[in-house]
Design a binder for this molecule. Structure first.
Ligand SMILES: Cc1cc2nc3c(=O)[nH]c(=O)nc-3n(C[C@H](O)[C@H](O)[C@H](O)COP(=O)(O)OP(=O)(O)OC[C@H]3O[C@@H](n4cnc5c(N)ncnc54)[C@H](O)[C@@H]3O)c2cc1C
Length: 387
């Protein structure tokens, strides 16, 4: 399949669905569900006027993957930890665990973390668990950080690095980080506010799943590495559904199961845990990296995400724009939707039904102005699958 055809068929927002689709093909009849899918499900109230918020942010993408390495500057050790593309939440725990030996090697008991997004907060928590005192310095904190605008699903290989950089050693490191993250996420199931939950979802298509979608032209995005096959054992396989096993107005449907992060309650949990264990958050906007020399901590973890481009002059970081919109919460809607070939998806978060589409010009695009018309169009597409 051509890459751009694939992009149409793969919900990058949901990362692993590419492999979900492939896995369903592999298993065939052996994958029949042991129970019938509910033909009656609560319909989503897919009306544009129910949009209550639109957020736009950029994924900090580096073609060769996240930067995790130590550097001496201004008499300090700076441990760089940024550039997680579309996988920052998913990989946060495993990635922070990978960065921690570099931090501990400095033998400092008090450290600074710059950044309070997915990576900064999680790194701070992992450092606290290792017995360190941590102060976070940041320009913004949740809910104003870019991380707060993410979809919030388990997408550990989404826009993380290009295929050409996915050598076996790199893929093995990724696998270790993904497995470590996954294990930590499972320890947060069932907590108040459901910071982490599992949901079923429906992957819907007008044409058979093994049939390519029409080529829609170049999208400008590179060939991303697809690594999720290495961790197939972590999730149930998707199943193809017969028309009487689902209520949607489409010819073809598959059910999959996916982990969802309720980012509002999850970020609150991270912040509360961080502060309760003696962490401090200081508002600070570093205009130049020389200002790091003024910090009292001698070990500094750089978790500035896309901010590292300006602050540390890393021009390899590419902004990949993404827009999400939330509709008024519907607690009875507990399933995800992805419309193959129609570029529309929905995730049932507790803070609203989060809808999303891929824009045609997202790559290398740092325009964070919301485009309401495109979110409304996604809502109308989602409405079309309900009777
Ligand atoms: C639309 C969209 C959907 C996404 N969905 C998912 C998903 O479902 N699952 C997933 O795993 N990932 C997803 N991602 C990717 C994920 O959101 C990112 O990988 C993650 O947010 C990166 O986190 P971060 O902490 O590195 O960056 P940020 O959240 O940008 O945090 C950077 C921090 O550094 C601070 N900072 C930056 N520069 C300076 C400076 N000069 N001085 C002081 N402070 C500074 C900022 O204030 C902020 O506190 C999505 C991304 C987008 C855009």
């Amino acid at each position: 399949m051509q890459r751009r055809q694939l992009l149409q068929s793969i919900p990058l927002a949901f990362g692993g669905l590419s492999s979900l689709a492939a896995r369903a093909d592999e298993g065939g009849a052996a994958l029949r569900p042991s129970f019938r899918a509910p033909a009656q499900i609560a319909p989503m109230r897919a009306q544009p006027e129910r949009i209550i918020d639109i957020s736009v942010c950029t994924r900090p993408f580096r073609p060769n993957g996240p930067r995790i390495e130590a550097q001496r500057m201004f008499g300090r050790t700076v441990v760089h930890h940024y550039g997680h593309g579309g996988s920052g939440w998913s990989l946060s725990w495993g990635s922070a665990m990978r960065a921690m030996p570099l931090v501990l090697a400095t033998r400092e008991s008090h450290i600074a973390v710059i950044g309070c997004g997915a990576i900064g907060l999680t790194t701070a928590r992992v450092a606290q668990r290792a017995g360190l005192r941590v102060r976070i310095y940041c320009k913004e904190r949740p809910p104003s950080v870019a991380s707060s605008a993410a979809t919030g699903v388990w997408t550990p290989d989404s826009r993380l690095l290009t295929a050409e950089h996915a050598s076996e050693p790199v893929a093995a490191v990724w696998e270790a980080m993904a497995r470590a993250s996954f294990k930590t996420w499972q320890s947060m199931l069932g907590l108040p506010g459901d910071p982490v939950a599992w949901h079923d979802g429906y992957f819907l298509s007008d044409i058979p799943f093994d049939q390519d979608l029409p080529d829609s032209g170049p999208d400008g995005e590179p060939e991303y590495a697809e690594l999720e096959a290495r961790i197939r054992d972590l999730r149930p396989r998707p199943v193809s559904l017969r028309p009487d096993e689902h209520p949607f107005k489409v010819a073809h449907a598959r059910r999959f199961t996916q982990m969802v992060f309720n980012l509002a309650s999850y970020q609150r949990l991270l912040m509360d845990d961080f502060l309760r264990e003696g962490g401090e958050i200081v508002r600070r906007d570093f205009e130049h990296r020389r200002q790091l020399a003024g910090l009292r901590e001698r070990t500094i973890v750089n978790c500035t995400g896309y901010g590292a481009r300006a602050l540390f002059g890393d021009t390899t970081i590419v902004p990949v724009r993404g827009q999400t919109a939330r509709l008024i919460p519907q607690p009875d809607v507990d399933y995800m939707l992805y419309l193959r070939g129609r570029n529309a998806s929905m995730v049932p978060r507790r803070d609203g039904l989060l809808v999303q589409a891929q824009g045609p010009n997202d790559y290398n695009n740092d325009d964070t102005r919301p485009d309401r018309a495109s979110s409304e169009e996604v809502v109308r597409k989602l409405a079309s699958v309900f009777a």
